[in-house]
Every structure is written in C-alpha cells, then in structure tokens.
Design a protein around this ligand. Structure first.
Ligand SMILES: Cc1cc2nc3c(=O)[nH]c(=O)nc-3n(C[C@H](O)[C@H](O)[C@H](O)COP(=O)(O)O)c2cc1C
Length: 355
C-alpha cells in the first residue's frame, strides 16, 4: 500500500523513545504467547473496524486491531456473512477475531473454524448491549448468567491454542456490577487478558465510563487488563494508564475519522508533547485513501455507501462540511467523490479557516 506523507504524524510511533518522564508508558506486552510492540489498541467496532479502517489504524500506530464481532452460531453453521467478517490480510497483524454467542459448544466450534485462519488472538464478547444479541442471551446478557459465561470461557479456551481474551462491560445494570467476577472467571478459565469497558448494558454513552472499575479489576487480577472507554485525546490515554494502572488502552469512538489518534497518543506518551492536528488537506487525503481501500475491498457501490459514515466523521469539524457531505453522498463513483473533495479544497482559503 502506498504511504501518505503526513510528516509530523506518521513516523512518530516508530521513533526510539528518548529517556523522558513519559518513557515507561509505552511498553511491549504479552498476551499469552503473543508479543505486542506497544499497548495502544483499536477497539472492535461492529460495522466499522473492517479491513480498510484497521489498515489505517495500524499505519498510525495501533498495536493491535480486532475484527468486527462475529456470530459464533453463524460461523459454526458456515454462514457466509459471518465468514466474510473473519477476513483479514497478513498486513493487519497482530489481529484479534471477536466472537459472540451463548452456546459453549457453538462458541468452541466457531473457534475451530477461526483457528484455520490463525488470528493472533480470539476475543469473547460479553459486552454487546444490542437487543438482537442480548435477546439470544449473547453479549452483555451473559453478565446476568455468570455460570453460563464461565462455561463459555472454559469451552473456548479448551478448543484452541490461540490466546483467548475476554471483553466485558461492567455489568447488566448499576445494581449488578460484575466486572471483577467476570475477570476472575476469565483468568481462571484460561483467558490471557481482559478488556473492561466500564459501563453497564443499561448505560448509554452519555454516562461516563467508570474508570474506578478498571482500577479495581487491575488490583485483583494478574492477567493483563485493557481499559476501554472515553479516550478521545492523548491526555485521556495517559490519564487512564495513570489512574487505573491498566496495561493497555483501547480506542473506539476517538479513532472515528481520526486514525491519527494512535500516533498522537504514542508521541505524547513518549515525549510529553502534543502533536498538531492534521491539516484539512491531510484529513481529506487520508479520507480519500480510506475510500480507495473501501472500494477496492467491497466494490464501488458498497464501498462508497460504507464510506458515508467515515466521510461524515473525517469532515465533521471542517468548514462548510454539511454542504460537502450533501454533495458527496449523492455521488456514485470514486472519481466523482475525489473531484468533489478537490473542488472543496479550491474554496477560497479564508472560507476553509473557520467553521
Ligand atoms: C459503533 C460501535 C460499535 C461497537 N462494536 C463493538 C463490538 O463489535 N465489540 C465490542 O466488544 N465492543 C464494541 N463496541 C464498544 C467499543 O469497543 C468500546 O469498548 C466502547 O465504545 C468504549 O470505548 P470508546 O469510548 O473508546 O468508544 C462498539 C462501540 C461503538 C460505538
């Protein structure tokens, strides 16, 4: 893949960290037999973390990426949509495949399918709050049934030699916070790491993630703990590492239309400096490269439809972005989209300077 020259932002993750008070923040990590060269990860995001997005996140320094969550039932029945979600290229490694489901046997059967692709880890989803998943007792519904959750962890761990990890919300609701129990079950059942997103199934994103829950789990558990929730800036990443003691941080919404966040975090954790925000030209260049990858992967029609939400995120804070989006969303070819962005960049500079 061709590299885009965004000088100040692109090379930072690979620069030798000089001795500084920040030096200890970026560490190599072991998850089972997997060795990672850093501790800033891209979160699994259903409908979003496909190959093009994962490749961009990796380019800017995400040390681990995940597939979108895949139904274990679907995989064990050979469903083609589920199998398609498993696809990843070698250049995306290290990569985790995330599965959800509620039957230990089909979860184990799914792992045997996944094993053939040799992902670097398999992550079990105990956090999805979405109705169609929890109605079938998957995702966060398992936080109400820890016996079944335990059976799933054990069955999955026994089914494969690939490292198993668990990603959980804090509980079903505020009266039933079970993150620590889940972490202990995961550790005893053979998981090699646990990710905590400290919101309950009932909480929406307007409720702040309760990072204290991550601290509590970290104090009691010996496997690596990955913190997820409300990291939007490099300072947020440092604050989470500092205040919870977690081993790694995972970025979800903060990476939308903003893959640079990984290099910005690396730079801040290495040198204590904030990198400048990418210019409008850089944003558009990367957005268009994302679109190219998307079209290459999914074909022009589906690729451009998939890109609409990403284009909305890339352009969110740009001047006159509403008009730009309205125009771009009517276009049917990548060339037309590129032309629309080129025309946008030709707007008088002063119009591009203020939102
Ligand atoms: C659109 C969207 C899709 C998500 N999909 C998944 C998923 O498939 N699997 C999962 O474990 N978590 C999923 N999550 C949760 C994120 O991985 C993450 O834990 C959560 O958003 C908190 O992190 P953030 O504040 O950095 O976004 C999703 C979140 C969002 C916003």
């Amino acid at each position: 893949m061709t590299k885009i020259a965004i000088e100040s932002l692109e090379e930072e993750p690979f620069k030798d960290p000089c001795p500084s008070p920040y030096f200890h923040y970026i560490v190599d990590m072991e998850i089972g037999n997997l060795i990672l060269s850093g501790n800033v990860f891209l979160a699994p995001l259903a409908g979003i973390t496909d190959t093009p997005f994962r490749l961009l996140a990796k380019r800017y320094g995400a040390c681990l990426v995940y597939t979108e969550m895949v139904s274990a039932e679907g995989l064990s029945r050979g469903n083609t949509d589920s199998l398609r979600l498993l696809y990843f290229g070698e250049e995306e490694r290290p990569i985790g495949v995330q599965i959800f489901g509620s039957h230990p046997e089909s979860m184990a059967a799914a792992c045997r399918v996944i094993e053939r692709l040799k992902p670097d880890l398999i992550d079990i989803n105990f956090g999805c709050p979405v109705k169609k998943v929890v109605q079938k007792n998957g995702g966060a519904a398992l936080l109400k049934n820890l016996k079944l959750l335990e059976k799933i962890v054990t069955a999955v761990s026994r089914s494969t030699r690939i490292p198993i990890t668990v990603k959980t919300r804090s509980g079903w609701d505020q009266k039933n916070i079970v993150a620590l129990q889940v972490a202990k079950i995961a550790q005893e059942g053979g998981a090699s790491a646990i990710t905590i997103h400290p919101r309950t199934q009932k909480d929406n994103y307007s409720v702040k993630a309760d990072w204290d829950i991550i601290s509590r789990v970290k104090r009691e558990i010996s496997i690596p703990v990955i913190g997820s929730g409300d990291i939007f800036t490099p300072q947020d990443a440092k604050n989470m590492l500092d205040s919870t003691g977690c081993d790694a941080v995972m970025i979800g919404r903060g990476a939308l239309g903003n893959p640079w966040i990984f290099s910005q975090i690396h730079h801040f954790l290495s040198y204590g400096e904030i990198l400048p925000e990418p210019s409008i030209e850089d944003r558009i260049r990367v957005c268009l490269e994302h679109a190219e990858l998307s079209v290459k992967e999914k074909g022009e029609y589906v690729g451009l439809i998939t890109m609409r939400k990403h284009i909305a995120w890339y352009t969110m804070r740009l001047p006159h972005s509403r008009e730009l989006r309205q125009k771009v969303f009517t276009l049917e070819t990548l060339n037309e989209v590129k032309q629309a962005f080129e025309d946008y960049l030709l707007l008088p500079k002063r119009e591009c300077e203020t939102a």
